[in-house]
Design a protein around this ligand. Structure first.
Ligand SMILES: *Cc1c(COP(=O)(O)O)cnc(C)c1O
Length: 394
C-alpha cells in the first residue's frame, strides 16, 4: 500500500489489513489484553531489545496488532513517517507538547486554538515553568518577530477552533525550519485526507480521532502523526506518561476510517449547501466557511487543502439571548452538544471574547458553530427555516 498512485478512497479499504492473521475475516480482531506471554527465557530477553522498534507486541500499553494497523494506516494516508494512538484528541496535543518542552522553554500558540489546549498551556505548562505566547492566527511569516532564543514549539491549528481562520502554514513552517523550532498542527478539521501537513513543512500533526475518523460519536481517540526526526521523542513522551488508546476505540477508529472519504465528501458538499443558504438569510450577518468564495481564508484554503469538512460558523444579526435560545430550541434536527464529526448535525453558540488574548473578536451579533451531518440537506434547511421563523416571532 506504499504505492503512491493508489488513491485515498482505495487505500482506506485496504490499509492495515495485511499484517495479522485474521483467519480469513475481512477485519482484524480486537485484542483485549494487558500481559503478553513469552514462550522462553530467550524470547523474554529479546523482547527487551525490541522495545525501541516499531509495532512490537510486548505489553498492552504499547499497543496491539490492531493499534499498529490503525497507526500505519493514518501515517500512510497523511504522509507521516509514523503515527501513535492515545486516549483522546487532547491527549495527543499534550503528549506532543510535552515531548518538546521543558522548564524555561517558550511556546507560540495560535489565538484560535482549541480552548482546552489553551487551558493546558496556561495551567499545566505554566506550572512547569514553560511560557506561552498567543499570536494572531493570520500572522504568517511575521511569526519570526515572536520567536525567542528559548522558543521550542510553534503550535498551529487551521482552520481555527470556532472562528475558522485559515493559517498560512508554509509561511510559518519556513520560519520554524530556519530557526530550528518544531511545528505541531492540530489537523482535526481537515483529517489526514484533506490536508497533507508534512508536504507543507509541519513536523507533527495531531488529531482528535474522536471526530471524523471515528465518525459516529461513539468513542474517544487521539492520534499523533510525525515526521521521522520527531517520531522517537513523541513515542517516548506517550509511553513515559502512560498514554495508550483502549482496544475498542482503536477498533472503532479503524472502522470509521474505512468510510471516511465517502462521509467527508458528503459533509463537505452538504456543509457548503447549508452555508450558502445561511448566507442568503436576512437573520445572518456573516457565514465563516473557508470553502465559500469570498471567505477571508478561501484563497489559502484553495491553495493548501484538498477538501472541506462539515464544520463552520455563522454570525447572527444582533438578537436578544431569548431569541437566540428560541432559535436553538426550535432547530429540532440539530443537537446541542460538544464535539462534532459524527453522522449527526449539531448547533451551539460560542463567544471568543471571553478567552482570546492576542486578537479581538468583533462580531455584530451572537456566533454559532454548526456541524452538518449526513442527513438530507432539504430537511436540515426546512428545520433551520422553521427555527428562524420561531426566533423572529419571539
Ligand atoms: C475535539 C477537539 C480536540 C480534542 O479531542 P478529544 O478527543 O475531545 O479530546 C482537539 N482539537 C480539536 C480541534 C477538537 O475539535
Amino acid at each position: 500500500m506504499k504505492d503512491s498512485t493508489i488513491r485515498a478512497a482505495t487505500k482506506v479499504a485496504h490499509l492495515g489489513r495485511d499484517h495479522a492473521d485474521s483467519h480469513g475475516f475481512v477485519n482484524l480482531p480486537i485484542y483485549h489484553g494487558s500481559t503478553v506471554l513469552f514462550e522462553t527465557y530467550q524470547e523474554f530477553v529479546e523482547s527487551q531489545e525490541r522495545r525501541q522498534l516499531r509495532d512490537q507486541v510486548l505489553y498492552g500499553r504499547y499497543g496491539t496488532p490492531l493499534t499498529f494497523a490503525l497507526e500505519s494506516a493514518i501515517a500512510e494516508l497523511e504522509g507521516a513517517s509514523g503515527a501513535i494512538t492515545v486516549s483522546s484528541g487532547l491527549a495527543s496535543i499534550t503528549a506532543a507538547l510535552n515531548a518538546f518542552l521543558k522548564q524555561g522553554d517558550h511556546v507560540l500558540v495560535t489565538d484560535s486554538v482549541y480552548q482546552p489546549t489553551r487551558k493546558y498551556c496556561d495551567h499545566v505548562l505554566h506550572g512547569f515553568g514553560i511560557e506561552t505566547t498567543y499570536y494572531d492566527p493570520l500572522i504568517g511569516s511575521d511569526i519570526k518577530s515572536l520567536v525567542k532564543s528559548n522558543t521550542k514549539v510553534i503550535f498551529v491549528e487551521s482552520p481555527g477552533s470556532q472562528t475558522f481562520e485559515v493559517q498560512d502554514l508554509p509561511a510559518i513552517t519556513a520560519v520554524a525550519r530556519e530557526l530550528g523550532v518544531i511545528t505541531i498542527l492540530d489537523n482535526t478539521w481537515a483529517s489526514p485526507l484533506y490536508l497533507k501537513p508534512f508536504d507543507l513543512g509541519i513536523d507533527i500533526s495531531v488529531h482528535a480521532a474522536t471526530k471524523y475518523i471515528t465518525g459516529h460519536s461513539d468513542a474517544m481517540l487521539g492520534i499523533i502523526s510525525s515526521n521521522e526526526a520527531c517520531y522517537d521523542r513523541i513515542r517516548d513522551s506517550v509511553r513515559l506518561s502512560g498514554q495508550c488508546a483502549g482496544p475498542d476505540p482503536v477498533f472503532l477508529g479503524l472502522r470509521g476510517l474505512r468510510t471516511l472519504p465517502v462521509r467527508l465528501q458528503r459533509h463537505w458538499q452538504s456543509g457548503l449547501k447549508i452555508a450558502r443558504w445561511l448566507a442568503g438569510r436576512a437573520e445572518v450577518a456573516k457565514v465563516i466557511h473557508p470553502a465559500l468564495p469570498g471567505d477571508a481564508g478561501h484563497e489559502i484554503w484553495t491553495r493548501d487543502f484538498q477538501g472541506a469538512s462539515g464544520l463552520f460558523a455563522f454570525i447572527l444579526q444582533p438578537v436578544s439571548e431569548t431569541a437566540l435560545g428560541t432559535l436553538l430550541d426550535n432547530a429540532k434536527l440539530f443537537g446541542m452538544g460538544y464535539s462534532w464529526g459524527g453522522y449527526e448535525s449539531l448547533l451551539i453558540p460560542f463567544d471568543p471574547t471571553s478567552y482570546r488574548t492576542a486578537t479581538k473578536w468583533e462580531a455584530q451579533g451572537p456566533a454559532l458553530r454548526i456541524h452538518i451531518g449526513l442527513e438530507d440537506t432539504d430537511d436540515l434547511i426546512e428545520d433551520l427555516s422553521r427555527a428562524f421563523d420561531a426566533m423572529n416571532g419571539s
